[in-house]
Structures are given as structure tokens and as C-alpha cells.
Design a protein around this ligand. Structure first.
Ligand code: C5P
Length: 234
């Protein structure tokens, strides 16, 4: 299973299929998020899977609703045959367990491997002042650790976290916990709007299990080679 998931942030299915083919050749997976899914829905995901039947897919839709609704959404995305799905840990333990149970039941019913369920703790766009505004406890790292612990206690596979949280979470949550990390840049590449970046090797050495890397691959002249170079860099 690949450790690098390339963020395909486009509403254009044709472009997404073309990038996915290059990325599959390199041996990486793809991350499809709200931009792609809001434009193309399940049909868009199926188009990519038809063109690249074996490519691992992380469907990054960050569900957050009452447990019954999240369970229904999770059941639906399980039918797409993806490898990772996610939800917000701040939806609470009951919501996370309902989502996980729905994924496992639906996968068993279909006779397929269940996607792993990850949680988002605190969005990295939220600074201390934004967290105070919504009544969440400070400092940010305490809230991230609290929600990651709740995620683990709820039986989920892991969390999506920023590079600066890898060490804290790995030290506190043991080794059998997925840390899927965006904000990664190969040495010398443009950080874009990412404020604090880490190289693939630094992140993996600290304990990241999976890396999410978008524009350094999708914006390269040769996305396949860019992805291959990243894979051989750690
Ligand atoms: O192009 P780039 O490598 O910056 O893409 C990173 C991807 O990871 C984007 O899809 C972005 O939405 C996502 N992401 C992130 N930071 C987070 C959570 C998700 O960059 N904290």
C-alpha cells in the first residue's frame, strides 16, 4: 500500500483521470477532496477507478453530522471501494463509532476490504484566536491530542495531522496509529500557501505513516517522475 497520496484538487474529471494515471504508474495513491467530489460526486470517483482500477484512494470529505447521518454517508462511500475515508473528531465518540460501524458492516455485506477511517482533529487553519472564538480549549496542541486520543479510543485507524503534530501524537498514541500528513514539500520546492512545511524524509523519520502531497506533483512538468522522486527520497 502506498505511503504517498497525491492531492488532486481540481473539479475537472479529465484532468483528474490523467493525473491519476501518472500517479498510479509511480506507485502512489490519490486524495480526492471536497472540490472534486462536490463537482463530480460518486460518478467522478468511479471514472477514476475505471481508468486506474488499482490506485489507492483517500476520500477526504471530513464528515461532521449527527451519528445516523454520518453512518449513512459512510455506508455510501464504502461502496466506492476506496482505501481511506475521514470525519471530524469534534463530532464526538458516538459519531465516530457510528461511522466506523457503518463502514465495517457495509464492507462485510459487500465482501470487500473496509476502508480505514481517519479523523481530522483541529483544522490547521484555526489559530488560537479562532479556537477561542468557537469555545474550544487551548493550547491547540492539547486540543489536538485530546481529539486524537478520543479517535483512538473510538477504534478508528488514525488521524490526519500537521507535520508539527507528528512527534506529539506518535509519542502519546503508540505505533499502531495512522498519521496521514499534508503540508509536505520535497527539498527545494515551492511552499505555496503552506505556512510550515516539512520534507518527506523529515516527516517519515518523525513517525508519519502516510504523506499527502499535491502541487509539487500535480504542478510538475512530469507528475510521474515527480512522484517517483518523492518516493525514493525517504
Ligand atoms: O498542494 P498541497 O501539497 O499543498 O496540498 C495539500 C492537500 O492537503 C490539499 O488538498 C489540502 O486541502 C490538504 N490539507 C492541508 N492541510 C491540512 C489538511 C488538509 O494542506 N491541515
Amino acid at each position: 500500500m502506498s505511503r504517498v497520496y497525491c492531492a488532486i484538487d481540481t473539479p475537472d474529471v479529465g484532468r483528474a483521470v490523467q493525473l491519476s494515471q501518472a500517479i498510479a504508474e509511480a506507485g502512489c495513491g490519490i486524495k480526492l477532496g471536497l472540490e472534486f467530489f462536490s463537482s463530480n460526486g460518486s460518478v467522478g470517483v468511479e471514472s477514476i477507478r475505471r481508468a486506474c482500477p488499482t490506485i489507492p484512494v483517500f476520500l477526504d470529505l471530513k464528515f461532521h453530522d449527527i451519528p445516523n447521518t454520518v453512518a449513512g454517508a459512510m455506508r455510501s462511500v464504502t461502496r466506492l471501494g476506496v482505501q481511506y475515508v475521514n470525519l471530524h473528531a469534534s463530532g464526538g465518540a458516538a459519531m465516530m463509532r457510528a461511522g466506523l460501524d457503518a463502514v465495517e458492516e457495509e464492507a462485510a455485506r459487500l465482501g470487500i476490504v473496509a476502508p480505514k477511517v481517519l479523523a481530522v482533529t483541529v483544522l490547521t487553519s484555526m489559530d488560537e484566536s479562532a479556537l477561542t472564538d468557537v469555545g474550544q480549549s487551548l493550547p491547540v496542541e492539547n486540543q489536538v491530542l485530546r481529539l486524537a486520543r478520543l479517535t483512538q479510543q473510538s477504534g478508528l485507524a488514525g488521524v490526519v495531522c500537521s507535520a508539527k503534530e507528528i512527534k506529539l501524537l506518535r509519542e502519546n498514541l503508540g505505533h499502531d496509529f495512522v498519521l496521514m500528513v499534508p503540508g509536505i514539500r520535497p527539498p527545494g520546492s515551492d511552499a505555496g500557501d503552506q505556512k510550515r512545511v516539512m520534507t518527506p524524509k523529515e516527516a517519515v523519520d518523525l513517525g508519519a505513516t502516510h504523506l499527502v502531497i499535491g502541487r509539487p506533483i500535480t504542478g510538475a512538468d512530469d507528475p510521474q517522475k515527480a512522484a517517483e522522486d518523492i518516493l525514493s527520497s525517504f
